[in-house]
Design a protein around this ligand. Structure first.
Ligand code: 3PG
Length: 307
């Protein structure tokens, strides 16, 4: 049984050791493909694998079909928009994620971005504080919950919108639930995005929504770049000099944003919300355990594609 770890953006070394331990203890073999520069390398590596652990690596139809022996692919992380779920189902491959395992890392990075932005990117000028300000969490899943926990530490008033949760489920955690997405944006000076990239959410963060935000607004995106309507963000930021945007996922129009909105826009060079030793270890080892449990016991608890 060969388990391929295919990570263009490698895990921390200690996470790889932890994964290896789980895989070898089960009597399986580990193959490691890191920082590959061509799709062909991935196609070659997947050809002999029975299982794969991946991150944001693209597992499209071609890659899944090249994995002739593949039985399971585990995305060590939350979002699985990088995997063609229909092609996986058609090829009898189970796809799972590891929900929650890297959530704290993303939440901590979101606040790193927030403090950086409101202290004017540490340029020495006078900034603002978070105490008593309103933070809106757009989608209250594992990352959203962690963001709420940290926000309370800063003394913020925390609001959340999540169409899949009841107000009671949100409010029992000391977070104010709002009934509509429009209300979240109208209420909160700070909005942190935690929605997945789906057909419904792509391009959904647009001019109409963002223009509702109060004065000195800050949008934080540690979710996916695809959810942003980039052209409309440009239009909004051209009109509203008080609006700032910070992100962990470089937009397609990064050069334009950096040039037009210097001092109000920042992107990390590479998605790094989940790029901590702890998150890599948690998600990587969870993925390895899920593979062993699937192969040995047929456990499909975290399956995300249809059978
Ligand atoms: C996720 O969906 O888990 C995060 O976006 C992290 O992605 P990464 O593993 O590519 O850093």
């Amino acid at each position: 049984m060969k388990v391929l770890v295919a990570t263009d953006k490698p895990f921390a070394a200690e996470a790889v050791s932890g994964i290896r331990e789980v895989i070898e203890k089960a009597g399986y073999e580990l193959a490691l493909l890191e920082k590959y520069s061509t799709k062909q390398e991935l196609l070659d590596a997947v050809a002999s694998a029975d299982a794969a652990i991946i991150r944001s690596d693209i597992f499209d139809k071609e890659v899944l079909e090249a994995g002739k022996n593949l039985k399971i692919v585990v995305r060590a992380g939350a979002g699985f928009d990088n995997i063609d779920l229909d092609a996986a189902t058609a090829n009898n491959i189970c796809v799972m994620n590891t929900p929650g395992q890297n959530a704290n890392a993303v939440a901590e990075l979101a606040f790193g971005l927030v403090v950086y932005a409101i202290r004017n990117f540490y340029n020495g000028t006078s900034g603002t504080e978070l105490l008593g300000k309103k933070l809106g969490i757009h989608a209250y899943g594992n990352v959203g919950r962690n963001v709420a926990r940290v926000a309370k530490g800063f003394g913020m008033e925390v609001y959340a919108f999540d169409p899949f949760l009841s107000a009671e489920q949100i409010e029992k955690e000391g977070v104010k639930a709002v009934a509509t997405v429009e209300e979240l944006y109208s209420t909160c000076q700070y909005v942190s995005l935690h929605i997945p990239a789906t057909a419904e959410t792509k391009n959904s963060i647009n001019y109409a929504l963002l223009s509702r935000m109060p004065k000195n607004a800050l949008l934080i995106n540690t979710a996916r770049k695809e959810v942003i309507n980039e052209a409309e963000v440009v239009k909004l930021m051209e009109e509203r000099k008080d609006f700032k945007y910070v992100t962990d996922i470089m937009p397609g129009n990064h050069a334009e944003m950096a040039e037009k909105f210097a001092g109000r826009y920042f992107s990390t060079p590479k998605k790094m919300g989940a790029q901590t030793a702890e998150a890599n270890t948690n998600a990587g080892i969870a993925a390895a355990n899920q593979i062993v449990d699937f192969i040995q016991n047929g456990n499909e608890r975290f399956r995300v594609n249809k059978k």
